[in-house]
Design a protein around this ligand. Structure first.
Ligand code: SF4
Length: 330
């Protein structure tokens, strides 16, 4: 959203630069950015049904995207629409362009959005969660399509996703609370994640060979409130490996091998060495390091059992709170 100047008020960009072709997009006027948006940098949003106009034919909407920028000569607009539909593998392309969005399946609508995104031959295509709400088979088709398009059209693709299972490509940037916490080649990040947040995300992926009775793993706690961010490292309220410094000092990105960078005071390689294992079962905040904020009291059940998760603690509190008496008329 920031790259394309689509951050809604009261949101605003408070610092930094967005460099594209020797210019800083942050400094461009609304009209200058409008020229770039859709022409040089295009975006595919996560819900194609709400991005497409339901009362206009899909072909009309793709043609409109081309006519808005004059990059494609007028006489080539309609034939290019058909070519684009063929490129994104929509069968019977010329006929389907006359259909309305509701006549398309979820996967086909996403293909139409990709065709629209590519219509002006952009240099960058930003795909924001392009596989959300699609079943895994269609997810795989869309990802394969994006990879093929990247090779055929040489358009750079930025894929935004929460699902590390769909990450493919060359370079991964992991963000937490709006900041880059880890960055590097995809193989390195997947094989040896260094930031505890990346490690936790990868650990949360369901495994096909897991014991069926094993519970799915998740990251303890909640993402921070972006209006009131925690001090120090933003991940410290959820991190099992936190140390005292994490509460006060924000770590900066540092190289950890080749082009791989991470921002952490501990790093996973150090955590493996310190605790002598690669398999951490207790991932509650501060569980491994034993470092907690001042005034922290461990949550223990009346039987003396240490609670496993914050959710379990909340459940215990609600069980202990008597239900309100029903209100009667008399
Ligand atoms: S160890 Fe500290 S710096 Fe590293 S992720 Fe955890 S809280 Fe942040």
């Amino acid at each position: 959203m920031s790259i394309l100047g689509l951050v809604q008020r009261p949101g605003r960009i408070v610092g930094g630069e967005i460099r594209f072709k020797d210019q800083d997009l942050v400094k461009l006027s609304y009209d200058e950015l409008r020229e770039i948006r859709g022409r040089d940098i295009a975006m595919i949003f996560q819900d194609p049904l709400s991005s497409l106009n339901p009362v206009l034919r899909v072909g009309f909407q793709i043609d409109e995207a081309m006519l808005a920028h004059d990059k494609v000569p007028k006489e080539q607009v309609s034939p290019r629409g058909v070519d684009l539909f063929k490129l994104v593998r929509v069968p019977d392309a010329a006929r389907r362009l006359r259909d309305y969005p509701h006549q398309f399946s979820g996967g086909m609508r996403q293909r139409a959005m990709i065709a629209m995104g590519l219509s002006n031959r952009p240099e960058i295509l930003i795909a924001d969660e392009p596989t959300t709400a699609l079943d895994v088979t269609v997810q795989a088709q869309i990802l394969e399509l994006l990879r093929d398009l990247n090779e055929q059209t040489h358009t750079a693709i930025i894929l935004i996703t929460h699902n590390l299972g769909v990450v493919a490509g060359k370079r991964v940037i992991v963000m937490y609370a709006g900041e880059i916490v880890e960055e590097g080649p995809v193989e390195q990040i997947f094989e040896a994640p260094q930031h505890p947040y990346t490690w936790s995300l990868l650990r949360s992926l369901p495994r096909i060979n897991a014991d069926r009775r094993e519970r799915l793993r998740s990251i303890e706690g909640l993402p921070p409130d972006l209006i009131k961010l925690p001090s120090g490292c933003k991940f410290h309220p959820r991190c099992p490996f936190r140390v005292d410094k994490c509460f006060t000092d924000d770590p900066k990105l540092q190289y950890v091998g080749g082009a791989h960078q991470a921002a952490c005071w501990v790093m996973m390689d150090q955590a493996y060495k310190t605790y002598g294992t690669h398999d951490f079962t207790d991932t509650r905040p501060g569980a491994m390091s034993g470092v907690h904020p001042p005034g922290y009291t461990p949550q223990v059940t009346p039987e003396g059992r240490l609670l496993e998760t914050p959710a379990e603690a909340a459940e215990l509190v609600s069980e202990a709170t008597p239900a309100a008496e029903p209100v009667t008329d008399d």
